[in-house]
Ligand binder design. Structure first.
Ligand code: ADP
Length: 978
């Protein structure tokens, strides 16, 4: 019954474009909303089932179907009705005047006939609404007419202004003509004078000889000479006049041009005026049509009212139970007679025709609603089932947890918070450095006593806690090292690129190896603060030196990814880390030299005695020279310095004088064997400084370490690196396999693993849906690319890969952004070009969540870098079963091995590579990948599974770092003993 009611209303709402008399019942609406919600939360299995069904939810929803009259009354039932209406392909009702005319014409027949159906009152309302619509349209047309008249007025006044301008110009033209004539006359005069002058010159010798006796050989005051001079001067004046007139003439030509362009404009305006006038005439015709329609409608309305009254009377008669059959028959006859009298025969037939159509529609809507109801019901059952399963699982897990000796497996956050607590006591001078050291050692050894103490006094006051903890302090020897990373990035709290991933990935891996790892970062205003839920300001101020004076720094502490992190917030008027971005400021050199100095000051003032201080890239490269030049002599001398260069393209060079700000001695440092830049001698190079001053120097892959030792790859530092080759090594980065794990990833639509790849296909469907890519051929390979769009990444080849993918029959999704304005613009143009394309989508932004989905959804992953120190995307892609197509350079050469390379053992072959960084090279690798994908689906799947099982974790890389640290520390201790 409810479904029938819904259908009837939908049909009317659609046909008439009038306010709905009856709304979709609440139950129907909530079902629709629930279906949407449910659709989002389906488990993988349910989604698979659902995608197989021809779902009503996938039907296109037309948001344009409401007429202006009911747009204010939209509710969720409107969405529902739109779906139904569009499905049946009924015509849309438009509020534009010209369309309204035809809608009314179409509708008239229905009005008259529907008056005979069982809901006459609703039709009358419909009719009234229709008439109102018509009136509104008439109003609109009137407004348009007034507007057109205003336009005409405006055009006419423009025309008058133009005419005045033309008149003025014509006057000027006449004036100039007169002047030209005058000038011509004067020119003739000049020529005559010139002739006279020549004649006189000719006559002069003769006259001279005749009058020599009278005036002497040559007298400058002779009348002839004077006359000649006067004529010469007049000649010059006349020449000037001619010049002026010529200029005026050219002015006049200009004016003539302008006049002709104005005339053109005038004729254009004239023609648009004509057009407007004809439009106005058309509108007037429409208006008169509407007028007559309005009359017709009124007449019809009267007829319908009469009919209504008759019907009502007849129906009343029919409903009175006491009337006998004869009376009923008589009444029926009367009704029939009245019907015959009031309705023409053809109307009656049409009525039946439309009634049939209406009936069919009602039936089909009812069927559809029934299907929807059944589907929704089964969804509800499934959902209830999954909720139950989920609940059972939670109960099971919590029971398990209760049974487990949970204290053994406390998360890293627990220990890191404890460390932060100890450090805050130390910095606030509540405990001595030696007590802090003992407590820290107990913590990083995960000693049960400190664990129990912490758990026992969690609710106690700080003072009581302190007293209990101090009871624990005793000196203990430690096997692990105390490692401090000083960096500009750390994922996920402050990540720009791979550096951020390395700091947290390596830090966590070293922590797992029982070392005490801490990180110091700038406190950027634009950090992802939600990744440091326990962030707190310490009750301490650290003063650090800069530009000849001391500045205060506020210290914040919290845990990120289970690691204790200290954030430095400088109280410097330049607000160094309050810029809304990480890098790219004019004073980056100052910002990061300040930070490097403040980080060391924090270590120094906290009394920590780390074994390793590990700094990264040019931003914290200052730490190495500052440590040995200033802090080691001050007493912070327990540590060895490790410097990792993640990219030799950025070396942090600046005029040597800028080094003085952080307290380094410019004369001492700006030397060829220290920080002086190898090509510009008036500059210092911070990366060079760190190479020279560090005990361990690393870069992020073995191949890149070799490349930077060549003149081509070293960017001016190859000689420095060669001279430090004993302490320089390339260690391939790992990836954080917890953060990048397709079987637990919360950002992707469906989790999956190498053992069950079905979820991968569902992620592909999900991204196609999200990005509105075509679904038609599900087997099309999807090529992904996630990158910073900088020349290093081979932007021209990325661009080429987009077009080549389309040619090869694939789909392409790019996620990236560029700090280089012209590259960003270029890709914006490409994105625009493909914005409605079925197979290409470019998303020019940084979006961590979307990056996860792209890795999961793509079949192939493009990395055509010009050079690549390590590269993480190829490893992440493989972990998600996306096969890399990469250029053989740097870290890509150490992690992607071609499936067709016989020199590589089969178990390591994992992708498609090319050497020459041009379109042919890339084409060859892409074509091989597409062939493989299309022709050997089974082998492709095996390749995907193999890639997913490859170990790119930090474990082995962290072990290499550990070994380097240990050797360096051992050497230092041995040296100290000597
Ligand atoms: N536009 C983006 N949105 C989200 N993540 C991105 C984007 N661009 C790059 N990334 C991420 O940044 C990291 C890139 O690391 P890497 O391959 O070493 O390149 P680089 O450090 O040179 O930028 C990866 O984790 C990658 O997923």
């Amino acid at each position: 019954m409810a479904s029938g009611a819904c259908s009837l209303v939908f049909a009317r709402g659609v046909s008439w474009g009038i306010p709905r008399a009856v709304r979709v019942p609440i139950a129907c609406r909530s079902l629709a909303v629930f279906c949407k919600m449910r659709h989002r939360h389906l488990s993988s299995q349910q989604k698979r089932q659902q995608s197989k069904r021809a779902s009503w939810e996938q039907l296109p929803v037309n948001t344009n179907t409401q007429s202006h009259s009911d747009s204010n009354e939209e509710d969720s039932s409107a969405d529902f009705s739109n779906v139904v209406q569009k499905t049946d392909g009924e015509s849309e009702v438009n509020s534009q005047p010209d369309v309204a005319v035809s809608s009314i014409e179409e509708s008239n027949i229905v009005i008259e006939n529907e008056a005979r159906v069982e809901h006459p009152s609703i039709h009358l309302e419909d009719l009234i609404a229709l008439i109102r619509n018509a009136e509104k349209n008439i109003l609109l047309l009137n407004q348009a007419r007034v507007h057109a008249l205003e336009e005409i007025d405006k055009i006419l006044s423009d025309k008058a202004a133009l005419q005045a301008e033309i008149n003025f110009l014509e006057m000027k033209l006449a004036e100039t003509d007169a002047r030209i004539k005058l000038a011509a006359q004067e020119k003739i005069n000049v020529e005559l004078l010139g002739d006279q002058f020549e004649k006189l010159k000719f006559e002069m010798p003769a006259r001279d000889s005749i009058e020599e006796g009278k005036y002497g050989a040559f007298d400058c005051k002779s009348p002839l000479v004077l006359e000649l001079n006067a004529l010469g001067a007049e000649n010059i004046l006349l020449k000037d006049d001619i010049q002026t007139l010529r200029l005026k003439l050219s002015d006049i030509n200009e004016i003539e041009k302008r006049v002709s362009s104005l005339e053109n404009e005038y004729s254009l305006l004239d023609s648009s005026l004509m057009e407007l006038q004809s439009q106005l005439t058309n509108a007037q015709v429409d208006f008169s049509k509407l007028d007559s329609l309005q009359h017709e409608c009124r007449a019809l309305s009267d007829k319908v009212e009469n009919l209504q009254a008759l019907f009502n009377r007849a129906s009343k008669g029919l409903n009175v139970p006491s009337l006998d059959l004869q009376q009923y028959d008589e009444l029926q006859k009367k009704v029939n007679k009245l019907e015959a009298a009031m309705t023409e025969k053809f109307l009656y037939e049409k009525f039946h025709h439309y009634e049939g159509i209406l009936q069919q529609k009602i039936e089909s809507f009812e069927e559809r609603l029934q299907v929807i109801y059944e589907e929704t019901h089964s969804e509800i059952l499934l959902f209830q089932e999954s909720v139950k399963q989920f609940g059972d699982k939670i109960i099971e897990e919590s029971e398990k947890k209760l049974e487990e000796p949970s204290l053994e497996n406390l998360p890293w956050e627990f220990w890191s918070r404890l460390l932060v607590l100890i450090d805050s006591w130390l910095l606030e001078k509540k405990i001595s450095p030696s007590d802090a050291k003992s407590l820290r050692e107990l913590t990083w050894k995960k000693d049960a006593r400190i664990r129990d103490t912490y758990l026992a006094c969690m609710s106690k006051s700080d003072h009581e806690k302190l007293a209990t903890f101090l009871k624990l302090t005793s000196s203990r020897a430690s096997k692990g090292m105390h490692i401090i990373h000083i960096a500009a990035e750390m994922a996920p709290v402050a990540k720009v690129g791979g550096l951020g991933d390395v700091v947290s990935g390596l830090g966590k891996a070293l922590q797992r190896k029982e070392h005490l790892v801490e990180v110091i970062l700038p406190k950027y205003d634009c950090m992802q603060y939600d990744h440091v839920p326990d962030l707190k300001a310490l009750d301490v101020v650290i003063e650090s030196y800069f530009d000849g004076r001391l500045f205060k720094n506020k210290i914040w502490a919290g845990t990120v990814e289970g690691l204790p992190v200290y954030f430095i917030e400088p109280h410097h008027p330049a607000k160094f880390f309050w810029r809304g971005k990480y890098y790219g400021e004019h004073d980056d050199f100052k910002r990061f030299s300040f930070f490097s100095r403040a980080a060391l000051e924090l270590l120094y003032q906290s009394g920590k005695r780390p074994d390793i201080i590990h700094c990264h890239d040019w931003q914290t490269a200052f730490v190495a020279p500052l440590y040995w030049d200033i802090y080691a002599t001050k007493g912070l001398n327990s540590a060895r310095i490790c410097f990792t260069c993640h990219n030799f393209e950025h070396q942090g060079t600046a005029p040597a004088s800028e080094l003085a700000s952080c307290g380094l001695d410019v004369h001492q440092m700006n030397r060829p064997d220290r920080m002086q830049d190898n090509s510009a001698h008036d500059k210092v190079n911070t990366v060079k400084g760190a190479i020279v001053f560090s005990n361990i120097v690393t870069t992020v892959s073995p191949t890149y370490a070799q490349e930077v030792c060549t003149a081509e790859g070293g960017r001016g530092l190859h000689q420095t690196l060669k001279s430090c080759s004993k302490k320089f090594v390339g260690i391939l980065n790992g990836i954080d396999i917890d953060a990048w794990n397709p079987s637990t990833d919360k950002y992707i639509s469906v989790q999956y693993s190498a053992d069950d790849l079905r979820g991968k296909a569902e992620n592909k469907d999900a991204i196609r849906e999200q990005l509105k890519l075509s679904w038609s051929e599900g087997s099309r390979p999807l090529v992904g690319c996630i990158t910073r769009l900088v020349p290093q990444k081979g932007v021209h080849l990325i661009r080429h890969a987009i077009y080549r993918t389309v040619e090869l029959g694939g789909q392409f999704v790019l996620l990236g952004s560029s700090p280089v304005p012209h590259i960003q613009r270029e890709f914006e143009d490409i994105a625009k070009h493909f914005q409605n394309h079925s197979h290409v989508r470019l998303l020019l932004r940084y979006d961590d969540a979307l990056s996860h989905l792209i890795y999961a959804a793509s079949d192939m992953f493009i990395i055509p870098s010009m050079f690549e120190p390590c590269g993480l995307t190829q490893m992440i892609a493989m972990r998600y079963g996306s096969v890399p197509i990469a250029r053989k350079t740097g870290g890509l050469n150490d992690s992607v091995f071609d499936v067709d390379d016989n020199m590589i053992p089969v178990q390591y072959q994992n992708g498609f590579t090319f050497v020459t960084p041009d379109e042919q090279g890339l084409n060859s690798a892409m074509e091989r990948a597409f062939q493989y994908y299309i022709k050997n689906p089974k082998s492709w799947q095996q390749l995907v599974q193999k890639d997913m099982r490859m170990d790119f974790s930090w474990d082995s890389s962290a072990s290499q770092y550990e070994e380097l640290y240990e050797k360096s520390v051992a050497r230092a201790r041995a040296a100290a003993r000597v």
